[in-house]
Design a protein around this ligand. Structure first.
Ligand code: FES
Length: 75
């Protein structure tokens, strides 16, 4: 059995998105304000122009947070 993590794949609707970067949110992958108790400055903000697929890293090893860059395949 593999312990490899996979990215969270979301079909995002257009609009302003705030993705958690601190790992403390109770509403992953979105910011819920929990970073205020950490030394992380804030969420990653992105404006989605049209419906699109987004892959969010869940392994913590990506070099492009909050997005998956495929590094999980080597974990
Ligand atoms: S889940 Fe793909 S790089 Fe982390």
């Amino acid at each position: 059995m593999s312990n490899k993590k996979e990215p969270m794949v979301i079909n995002e609707k257009p609009g302003r998105k705030l993705y958690c970067l601190c790992g403390k949110t109770k509403n992953p992958p979105y910011c819920d304000g929990s970073h205020e108790t950490t030394d992380v400055d804030g969420p990653f903000e992105m404006n989605i122009e049209s419906e699109t697929e987004v892959k969010i890293c869940t392994c913590g090893q990506t070099s492009n947070p909050p997005f998956c860059d495929g590094t999980h395949q080597n974990c």
